[in-house]
Design a protein around this ligand. Structure first.
Ligand SMILES: C[S@@+](CC[C@H](N)C(=O)[O-])C[C@H]1O[C@@H](n2cnc3c(N)ncnc32)[C@H](O)[C@@H]1O
Length: 289
């Protein structure tokens, strides 16, 4: 269905993955999305790592990250444990994993992640509406803190606000679109309690980010898009999904030629920083150095 350019309307063009987002462990998530070559966490990793390096230099050793729509803690696995999507999918796709109960998967994963190359300088807080995914993220050790909250409909609790105050960097992959400006309006007062964090979103070209930018503007942020670069998110789930997405893009005035018409969802990178930080170094130079 096309013609509706609200976040909700645009989401109708995409396949629905709700059934794999809130399981007791990540096996189905990994299995289903691996089939579609879901790679945005891998593609986001070098950019997030650069930002973490810059923030470490400015703010000290431990970088407090809030990962929005963190699901089972995937960006923690790539950033804090230095794993790739391929390594994660192979791990969760092993025969012993297929035969295991969810409790056994959690026990295997505690060992697997503690044996990995852990970056102790990252503290990872995950936020997602899927409470089972958050519970897994905490139990497996991927998340240092977890907030099971639907920011589209619920305010943050006082405890959640306290946990978010030290945030240095907000990250998201595959999440904007589910989260709209409503979520950012609820989040910004909490994360602006301490030093203003940098906010780093990988956003499908399908979604208009300007509505969210306007919310960020009110808090003194400057948002820059990394020009001239697109990032593979995943393959289309079907010809029908691709057709609907191409129609939706065209209606929004986004040309899919040589891009989505070749078979993949593409994301762009948006970085929002406090005005003073953005004035010091533009995004291109920041990500080169
Ligand atoms: C495509 S997954 C991305 C997960 C992870 N960031 C990654 O790239 O692997 C989208 C995530 O957004 C979460 N989500 C959807 N609506 C949400 C909401 N209103 N509030 C918080 N999380 C939400 C889903 O539960 C799911 O975990």
């Amino acid at each position: 269905m096309t013609g509706d350019t609200s976040f909700e309307g645009i989401n109708e063009a995409k396949a629905d993955w709700g059934h794999i987002y809130n399981r007791f462990d990540p096996r189905s998530y990994s299995h289903e999305l691996d089939k579609l070559d879901y790679v945005i966490p891998d593609n986001a990793k070098p950019i997030f790592q650069k930002l973490i390096g810059h923030l470490q230099q400015r703010r000290g050793d431990t970088v407090h990250i809030l990962d929005l729509g963190c699901s089972y803690g995937i960006n923690s696995a790539t950033l804090k444990h230095d794993l790739s999507m391929d390594e994660l999918n192979k791990h969760w796709g092993q025969k012993k994993m297929m035969d295991a109960s969810s409790d056994e998967v959690v026990a295997y994963d505690q060992q697997f992640f503690s044996d990995s190359n852990v970056n102790e300088d990252i503290e990872m807080v995950g936020l997602d509406q899927a409470e089972n995914a958050i519970a897994y993220g905490l139990a497996s050790g991927l998340l240092d803190e977890g907030l099971a909250v639907d920011l589209e409909t619920e305010p943050l609790s006082a405890l959640a606000k306290e946990k978010l105050a030290p945030t240095d960097l907000v990250t998201s992959t595959g999440c904007v679109g589910y989260l709209t400006e409503k979520s950012f309006d609820r989040l910004l007062p909490a994360v602006n309690e301490g030093q203003q964090p940098w906010i780093a979103n990988f956003v499908l070209r399908l979604f208009p980010f300007d509505v969210i930018t306007k919310s960020l503007d009110k808090w003194g942020y400057v948002t820059e898009k990394l020009d001239g670069q697109t990032f593979f998110q995943r393959k289309f789930a079907s010809d029908d999904e691709q057709k609907q997405v191409l129609e939706q893009l065209s209606e929004q005035g986004v040309d899919p030629t040589g891009k989505e018409d070749e078979g993949h969802f593409l994301a762009e990178f948006y970085l929002s920083r406090p005005m003073k930080d953005a004035a010091e170094v533009p995004i291109e130079r920041l990500l080169q150095s």
